[in-house]
Design a protein around this ligand. Structure first.
Ligand code: R7I
Ligand code: MG
Ligand code: MG
Length: 296
């Protein structure tokens, strides 16, 4: 179990760092490389800041999470412009509830909530109500749009379910039943059909998307996991080959593949090059202990 926790967070960070050089590119034969330093981006930085807040307070404190997001923000990690603005408003004293609607009145549709919530799937895998409460409280520190919350829910629920049971098609049905928005329901519903035949990259982009919006990236990452999740680097090559939001799609698929395979399934030659490898591993181990003590 502990190795699955570390696999999840390291898989997320590795996916982010491997995908980062290709973010925004068109689809192509992009090959993820582990021969140089693997620097992660905002996806992993927010996951780390979230984890550190939880470990510090032993709970989900939105104020503490917002403070960690603001005070440990590295501007050069490629944050979404909406999230940067929301965090700077919060830092300047605007209440979270107001700040999250200042850029997009209905809240951001970006995948910035989904990319960071994997630790919540780990921590609360044993109690779905605590898990979903935590996801909505953590997502809405920056992302209040129901589609963005659904995307975060889909990732965290998948992480939780993978920790509890073996993967079957019914996991997709389980996720669909928990979506609150039609677009996320429809996209996740289409995954089973798309998995039933050989389909090109272009068709996947057309059907599921490869962009920065939640409904154009979360279903794609979940599809990638179902299709290639037995092999971490195969999953990475697929996600990164799609182009578009490569770091985030690879980070989300990396978290799912990592929890499924555990850290033994991640390539050592890449982990050795990953920025802050020991710190991320340590966070996962401490989340494991906290989860055990919470579950009693
Ligand atoms: O969601 P967010 O944190 O972005 C995460 C992405 C990941 O790819 C990271 O790797 C990083 O590169 O950024 O940041 P936001 O700025 O809230 O959302 C991302 C982008 O989605 C915005 O800058 C907009 O371009 C777009 N977007 C929208 N466009 C139109 N209408 C988000 N919401 C809307 C919308 O309502
Ligand atoms: Mg990023
Ligand atoms: Mg991205």
């Amino acid at each position: 179990m502990k190795n699955r926790f570390t696999g999840c967070l390291l898989g997320l960070a590795l996916g982010d760092a491997l995908g980062a050089p290709f973010e925004g590119m068109p689809p192509g034969n992009h090959i993820p490389q582990c021969n140089g330093f693997l620097r992660y981006t905002d996806d992993t930085e927010m996951m780390i800041n979230l984890s550190e807040s939880i470990l510090e307070t032993g709970d989900i404190s939105r104020q503490s999470i917002a403070e960690h997001f603001c005070s440990s923000l590295t501007p050069t990690r490629g944050y979404g412009p909406g999230t940067l603005k929301v965090l700077s408003l919060i830092k300047s004293g605007v209440p979270i509830e107001d700040a999250t609607r200042k850029v997009f009145p209905d809240g951001s549709l970006g995948n910035g909530a989904a990319m960071r919530v994997a630790p919540l799937g780990l921590l609360y895998h044993w109690n779905e109500r605590l898990l979903t409460d935590a996801v909505s409280r953590v997502s809405t520190v920056t992302h209040v749009h129901p589609v963005a919350i659904d995307g975060a829910m889909a990732i965290a629920l998948t992480v939780g379910a993978l920790l509890r049971e073996t993967v079957t098609e019914s996991l997709l049905e389980y996720l669909v039943a928990r979506m609150q928005t039609n677009i996320m329901k429809q996209k996740l519903e289409s995954i089973s059909r798309l998995l039933s035949f050989d389909i090109s990259k272009e068709q996947i982009i057309e059907e599921l998307g490869h962009g920065v919006l939640t409904h154009e990236s979360v279903p794609t990452a979940i599809y990638a996991f179902f299709r290639f999740g037995d092999d971490f680097m195969e999953t990475m090559r697929f996600c990164i080959g799609l182009g578009g939001d490569t770091d985030t799609i690879a980070a989300m698929a990396g978290a799912l593949t990592g929890v499924y395979l555990s850290d033994n399934g991640l390539p050592d030659e890449c982990l050795e090059k990953l920025e802050n490898y020991s710190r991320i591993k340590g966070l996962a181990e401490r989340l494991y202990s906290l989860s055990l003590s919470m579950a009693g």
